[in-house]
Ligand binder design. Structure first.
Ligand code: COA
Length: 183
């Protein structure tokens, strides 16, 4: 078990099945805020659902695939970042994120994503990291831009939500761009 300090009062830590109760309580604070913008399977309604999500990520991590990390501020789980997918064979991954409303606006997600990108590119030697968000998700697109990603295109009507279909943006950054980015 490790905890990586992001700031004095903030730590990034693997979010694992033993956190299920904490994760369920956090989702109660975050659910309405994140539901329109993240994958439907992630927004569960009770403890069993929260535990199932954490188990699903644990199983994928055991296969060197997707991974989930929580952000704790002053000891409270306030959000997190993840490898939605991670494929060492093809050298590509996709990163995702979420926060409860009280934790927005402090740069926590940008900083946590930088940690994931550094690990993916530097330690694991991946070549490409993707970011997919609803085209009207301005805060998410702003994170991708802060991370030095390029908007590569729009997947038209690819995001179903409550009976409507929304466009999605695909952003990505490549390893050489990450290494030479100006911070
Ligand atoms: C997407 C989401 C995680 C972005 O959260 P966020 O707080 O805007 O992103 P960050 O944590 O990187 O913070 C950036 C904000 O903090 C500010 N900030 C303060 N200190 C900062 C720092 N050291 N570094 C970067 N930004 C900093 C930035 O100016 C920015 O504020 P602004 O938007 O008012 O300009 C959040 O809006 C969310 O949970 N949305 C719902 C779920 C969702 O959309 N998930 C993504 C699915 S693709």
């Amino acid at each position: 078990m490790f905890a990586l300090p992001l700031r004095d009062d903030v730590r990034l830590c693997p979010l694992e099945p033993w956190h299920a109760e904490e994760f369920a309580a956090h989702l109660d604070r975050a659910r309405a805020h994140i539901r329109p913008w993240v994958g439907a399977a992630f927004v569960t309604d009770d403890l069993d659902g929260a535990r199932a999500t954490l188990r699903r990520y644990a199983e994928r991590q055991a296969a060197d695939g997707a991974r989930l990390y929580g952000i704790w501020r002053d000891g409270t789980l306030v959000g997190g970042v993840m490898f939605v997918s991670f494929d060492a064979a093809s050298g590509a991954c996709e990163i995702g994120c979420w926060l409860e409303p009280a934790a927005e606006g402090h740069g926590l997600i940008t900083q946590a994503c930088e940690t994931l990108l550094d690990w993916a590119f530097t330690v694991r030697g991946l070549h490409r990291a993707e970011w997919v968000c609803r085209a009207d998700n301005e805060r998410s697109a702003a994170v991708a831009k802060r991370l030095g990603m390029t908007l590569e295109g729009v997947r038209r009507a690819s995001w179903p939500y409550e009976g409507e279909r929304y466009d999605a943006q695909q952003w990505a950054v490549l390893a050489p761009e990450w290494r030479t980015r100006s911070v």
